[in-house]
Design a protein around this ligand. Sequence first.
Ligand SMILES: *Cc1c(COP(=O)(O)O)cnc(C)c1O
Length: 310
Amino acid sequence: MIVDFPASPLHPISSLELDRAGVRLFLKRDDLIDPHLGGNKWRKLKYNLVQAHEQQEATLLTFGGAYSNHIYAVAAAGKRFGLRTIGVIRGEPSSAANPTLSFARTCGMHLHFVDRAAYRRKHEAEFIAQLRDRFGPHFLLTEGGSNTLALPGCAEIVAELDAQLPSGYDVLATPVGSGGTLAGLASGLVGRTTQALGFAVLKGGQGLVDDVSQLLASAGSAAGQWRIDQNYHFNGYARCNETLFAFIKNFRASTGVQLDPIYNGKMLYGLFDQIRLGAFARGTTLVALHTGGLQGWAGISEKYGLTLGQ
Ligand SMILES: *Cc1c(COP(=O)(O)O)cnc(C)c1O
């Protein structure tokens, strides 16, 4: 089983605001790894797939919402690497027609719909035993894919950057949902002065910080410097407003790069706001990880009545 892609490209971003603040910004384009299997969900899956293969598991079972990037990536990975996939989906069977779940089904994923109450039991042994009875033996992946095996895949981003930016960089920014990506980057930055800077995309509070610490601890991994800026969640997960949409539109117009509204739009809005506020000393080199997730526009467009991708 070949589970590798070439290093994702690193693109410099130029803008007046960056010049004014005297900082440099590069985008690490994980969105370009693969049209269906790219982004940080792929990074988090990689060593889970290796493990599943070593355990000779033929089936992956995981959880997600009706527009989940994780479900999308797991379905794509199953098709690519010849694994059976089962998605336990929070929602109504009618959502099977949406673009995310249609894609998942096209990849051969079996969708199992559960209501919110059942979905909340996804960590309970009894619920998992029921799934095992129903669907047979499987390799279980947590919602969002943030388990300890997610960390080494994300840490490889740091190794790629060593080759792409040999003179080094001061800050490595990423959006934060469940914290697996940030934990992985922090684990890759051990012993360096570079800080991993997460931008929370939901109202996580201290719980989010604890989740990242917990992931690092259970992976037995040391960590470099990291922190989470919690000021740019735009009122919660998958909440958006006109300011955010306008930022994404302008960013695309000035750089040619499309951002998703759930993760990368919020991170880069926050990063540019911090740059404007003078949070980074002149001469600072920033790298922002574009984690992909463009398929997530489908859900946001439906929710806010937009044309796809604005
Ligand atoms: C899931 C996701 C994130 C958040 O990653 P975590 O490891 O859950 O913090 C960021 N960007 C995209 C596109 C995602 O799908």
